[in-house]
Design a protein around this ligand. Structure first.
Ligand SMILES: [Mn+2]
Length: 274
């Protein structure tokens, strides 16, 4: 039986290192042990027993506090990831954040957010000062979810690379047929004022960031006139126009292609000329 050793009051780095060992390192079912940071289990030499794996403590292969290893670009989770899944892009995204957080380089707003991962782990350790396992057991499934979401982002990056960019009255728009993921947030991050997508279900949606000037009401009027039998839902904000969603699957799908919708958007009057 393998024992994974971390430090007391386990932090995001050590919990992620444990998670990678379990999910990618073939160590499912391992027991957990906790020692004062820097120490080893029972004072044994680190890495002397292949069934006792230290992470983020003990100055062994999966610790990063040795003077010749420590830098702002390394953490224990990253050392474990490099050992077991060096080519997994979704994992790398996740670990990149852990590296930043472990070196105090994550956005300050993240650490102040009460539902941020760092604040939650801190709270778990406050709630369970005698039981470091509690933080680990609670956060492991959240890392599964984070990894799944990270896979989605990687897929979205690939989809966005093949998307069609076009001009709208409010700035750049992007249109794509979603296959495995929604690229909506990523498109906004890349400067899109309007996101037009068709999902694998055949649903269509036009969305815009809440901070944008986008007003989809004129487009909705055009669509209602052109396809009166189709369920086009316009959100009162004017920034969301949907033909189908998980909340409300449509009875009638639009017959318009993405290219035709792009054309209709492009024909809208420029802002200030209505
Ligand atoms: Mn660390």
């Amino acid at each position: 039986m393998t024992t994974i050793v971390s430090h007391l009051a386990p932090d995001l780095d050590s919990i992620t290192a444990i998670w990678i060992l379990l999910r990618f390192g073939g160590k499912e079912g391992a027991e957990f042990a906790f020692v004062p940071a820097g120490m080893t289990l029972d004072g044994q030499p680190v890495d002397s027993d292949p069934e006792v794996i230290h992470v983020d403590t003990g100055l062994g292969r999966f610790d990063h506090h040795q003077p010749d290893v420590a830098s702002a670009n390394v953490c224990a989770a990253q050392l474990v990831a490099e050992a077991f899944a060096p080519h997994d892009r979704a994992l790398r995204r996740l670990v990149d954040y852990v590296v930043a957080a472990d070196n105090g380089l994550a956005p300050l707003a993240d650490s102040l957010h009460p539902f941020g991962v760092g604040a939650l782990i801190h709270g778990l350790n406050l709630l369970h000062p005698e039981d470091p396992r509690a933080a680990v057991e609670t956060v492991l499934p959240l890392l599964d979810a984070w990894y799944r979401a990270s896979q989605e982002v990687v897929a979205a990056e690939e989809e966005l690379a093949h998307a069609r960019w076009f001009t709208t009255p409010w700035g750049p728009g992007v249109a794509l047929a979603e296959r495995a993921a929604s690229a909506q947030q990523l498109a906004y991050a890349q400067g899109a004022a309007l996101y037009l997508a068709r999902t694998p279900e055949g649903w269509t949606r036009l969305t815009a960031p809440g901070t944008s000037q986008v007003d989809l009401r004129p487009l909705a009027a055009v669509l209602w006139q052109r396809e009166p039998e189709v369920d086009w839902y316009l959100h009162p904000s004017g920034k969301l126009l949907l033909n189908g969603s998980r909340k409300a699957p449509p009875r009638r799908l639009t017959q318009l292609t993405l290219d035709e919708l792009v054309e209709l958007v492009s024909q809208l009057a420029p802002v200030g000329e209505r």
